[in-house]
Design a protein around this ligand. Structure first.
Ligand code: ADP
Ligand code: MG
Length: 731
């Protein structure tokens, strides 16, 4: 009898096991059994090709009549014609030339998919199929399959689906009654099948209902392991020592609050109280503060920093870019006023010093900053990656604030954390709202605070789409609107996806952006070139915006130039900034009231939302225009309309995530064969993740080390060692 750990060689023989290892990297029985079918072909529901209607989900039994491989620029199209005697059906596969080897003329198989019509021909695009092994009698072969439902597996050229199901059958026959990771009572309460039943049902269902139930159970297991891991991490943080940092009566926090030109919103007060009570404990805080752009996170973070300074410690604020670090420095010194000028004439005796540390500083000012950080004179240190440099020593680092989390990896946060002698409190801020379950998964080891409301006095931003193909004259109107805003004393941003015309891709593109762009672009080879800052700025200066003060801003300019431009814009010496997404995060110019985003379809939904958050910050109504040459009925246009229709960042991030494959959300975690997260889909499985979070938290509370459930404890450990831990660690 075998277990999940039994080598496949023992069960299937050397040759087959080696082939499985080569094709999929499988080594053990467990590896094979975790290779789940994508769907099932239902015998007895075979259709006649001549009766297939467009849009129908169908399975046909047919013989391959012709195969044709075409090569187009950069891709291959495999066309296969099959027939069942009643009619012909066309199958197409893009970029899978290897299928030509197994889809040979004369072979018979079952083909399943959604029927499409193309040039009057019925076709299946990328169908699932199950070929009848060569030489087998068809009737016998079909009735010879284990059940009524034939599993269709993700296959490889050397290993078609039917061969996988044969191997699975052998392995299942010899499988021991493996004990459940979960106590039987819990399985029962949740209404699931046992683990072994689930494994059998997902591969060889006795009914489709049972296979669905099995899939749920196995998905739940994945979600539970993940949530147990996260719950254990939270518990570990809670057991680490930290220095309690308390608000001092009449200290800096109190002085700061009395100096603030506004009162904190109710949401800010609540979050401030949460942070205050976290930091008053002798265990480190690990909290995520999420809130819309402009919801006032910085003020809350500053209050936390002052709490630490009050108690004799230091706070470090890590910003993703130089522009943002500079801006934080200015905002914070301004908000603190005399409180930030300790040690200078006119400074407050109880105050502290705020120090900026970036890569572009001169050696002399860096030395000065280092000295103040080491002596503790600098209570608040703001900087970029320069903060992570070895050799930079803090006197007593008590709080690490990470702004715009998405741009930092876990290593960087840890690098800063290790600069403290005792584990510091950690506050992570993000303006990219993410749905609760995604937060629970990606940032699951953090406690989460959310600012839902914007400070009063904010006027909502009106957003409109300009479809330049259909309505080119709308664009002229857009430039006119900018002139009107400037005439009223306001300022405007124009955002373009590229720096220069020769650039091959938009600035700041990540792999995910690239994948999405590729996905959305599809076949379109010839595209109208994207708008670039270097072309657009002079063009506007000469024509549509003649007489206005227009300046370009992008990532390839020197730090000094960028800073000077931002400074001039902040002081109202520039009317219109033509920029790339360098202005995306955090830039705060209350006088800017309008934004035009060129080639808006080139940006992600959440990114557009971030961008437009730059306007409407100063009590004047904000206007955002999304310009796009996409077709009116395209998915790109639909995304833009979605952005125009709501200001709810959570809603938009959901749309954004919906468009990305799960692999992008969970990173590498789902890729490898060893992955323990095969079935889990963060958005689809929300209720399941909630349930798993509840069960997981309770289990860890009752039994922190899962001593009573050693198998489960071992599985969690395995997950932690897995690649997956690199992403759940984010935060
Ligand atoms: P975030 O970091 O969340 O994008 P900020 O903290 O930068 O937001 O705040 C945006 C702007 O709103 C800043 O100019 C800030 O001074 C102002 N602000 C913050 N809190 C309040 C409040 N309670 N009332 C009025 N204005 C506020
Ligand atoms: Mg901010």
């Amino acid at each position: 009898m075998s277990t999940l750990e039994t080598p496949l060689k023992r069960e299937l023989g050397d040759r087959t096991a080696t082939a499985l290892s080569k094709a999929f990297g499988m080594e053990t029985v467990g590896d094979l059994l975790r290779h789940y079918p994508r769907r099932y072909v239902v015998r007895g529901e075979l259709s006649n090709i001549s009766e297939l209607a467009e849009g129908e989900e169908a399975t046909v039994l047919a013989e391959i009549a012709a195969v044709h491989l075409r090569r187009a620029t950069g891709r291959t199209i495999l066309e296969v014609v099959v027939t069942d005697g009643s009619a012909k059906l066309w199958l197409t596969f893009f970029n899978q030339p290897w299928r030509e080897k197994e889809l040979r003329v004369g072979r018979t198989g079952m083909f399943a998919g959604k029927v499409g019509l193309f040039n009057g021909k019925r076709q299946l695009s990328h169908p699932d199929y199950q070929l009848i092994p060569d030489g087998d009698d068809v009737d016998e072969a079909i009735s010879g399959f284990a059940g009524k439902f034939l599993p269709v597996y993700p296959s490889a050229s050397k290993f078609p689906s039917w061969k996988i199901s044969q191997c699975v059958e052998i392995v299942l026959d010899g499988l021991e009654d493996i004990p459940d990771l979960l106590p039987a009572e819990i399985v029962k309460v949740l209404g699931y099948l046992s683990f072994v039943e689930s494994i059998r049902e997902i591969h060889q269902p006795t009914s489709l209902e049972n296979s669905a139930l099995a899939r749920q159970r196995l998905t739940f297991d994945e979600a539970l392991l993940l949530q147990l891991l996260l719950a254990q991490r939270r518990a570990q943080y809670r057991s680490m020592p930290a220095i309690a940092r308390r608000v001092k009566p009449d200290g800096l926090v109190a002085r700061f609050e009395s100096l603030l030109p506004f009162t904190l919103t109710k949401g800010q007060q609540e979050v401030a109280a949460e942070i205050e009570s976290d930091m008053a404990r002798t265990h480190p805080m690990h909290r995520l503060l999420q809130g819309e752009v402009g919801s006032g996170k910085t003020v809350v973070a500053l209050r936390a920093a002052l709490t630490v300074v009050d108690s004799g410690g230091q706070a470090a604020l890590l910003a993703p870019t130089e522009v943002l670090a500079q801006q934080h420095f200015k905002t914070i010194t301004k908000l603190l006023g005399p409180l930030a000028e300790a040690g200078t004439l006119g400074g407050d005796v109880d105050g502290t010093q705020v120090v900026l540390l970036t890569g572009s500083m001169t050696a002399a000012s860096r030395r000065d900053a280092y000295a103040k950080i080491a002596s503790g004179d600098a209570g608040i240190v703001i900087g970029t990656h320069a903060l992570l440099t070895e050799g930079l020593d803090f006197h007593d680092l008590g709080l690490v604030i990470v702004d715009e989390q998405h741009r930092f990896g876990v290593e960087q946060r840890d690098a800063l954390r290790t600069k403290a002698k005792v584990p510091p409190h950690v506050l992570v801020m993000t303006a990219t709202p993410i749905p609760r379950t995604v937060a629970m998964t990606i940032f699951g080891d953090l406690e989460i605070s959310t600012l839902h409301e914007l400070p009063a006095g904010r006027t909502p931003i009106a957003t409109h789409v300009i479809p330049v193909l259909e309505k080119p004259h709308y664009l002229d109107r857009a430039w006119e609107r900018i002139r009107e805003e400037v005439a009223k004393g306001h300022q405007a941003y124009i955002v373009a996806p590229r720096i220069s015309a020769t650039e091959s891709e938009p600035e700041g593109m990540t792999d995910i952006d690239r994948a999405i762009a590729k996905l959305l672009d599809g076949d379109k080879e010839e595209k109208t070139p994207l708008t670039s800052v270097e072309e657009l700025a002079p063009k506007l200066t000469l024509r549509a915006l003649k007489g206005l003060r227009v300046a370009p801003l992008h990532g390839r300019q020197s730090a000094e130039l960028k800073d000077a431009t931002m400074q001039a814009f902040a002081e109202g010496k520039i009317d219109v900034l033509v920029a790339t997404t360098v202005i995306e995060v955090g830039v705060d110019i209350p006088n800017a009231s309008m934004m035009v985003i060129m080639d808006g379809d080139r940006f992600g939904v959440s990114q557009l939302h971030q961008l437009r958050g730059r306007v409407g910050r100063g009590g004047v109504p904000g206007l955002c225009l999304l310009v796009s040459a996409a077709a009116e009925d395209s998915s790109a246009m639909a995304r833009l309309s979605a952005v125009a229709s709501t200001l709810d960042g959570f809603e938009l991030s959901r749309i954004d995530l919906d468009q990305r494959s799960e692999g992008d959300v969970l990173g590498k975690a789902q890729s490898g064969v060893r992955s323990h997260l095969r079935l889990l889909k963060v958005l689809r499985d929300e209720p399941l993740i909630e349930k798993a979070r509840l069960v997981g938290t309770k289990l860890i509370e009752a039994d922190p080390n899962l001593a009573a459930l050693p198998e489960l404890a071992a599985a969690v450990k395995e997950l932690a060692a897995d690649e997956a831990s690199t992403f759940v660690d984010k935060g």
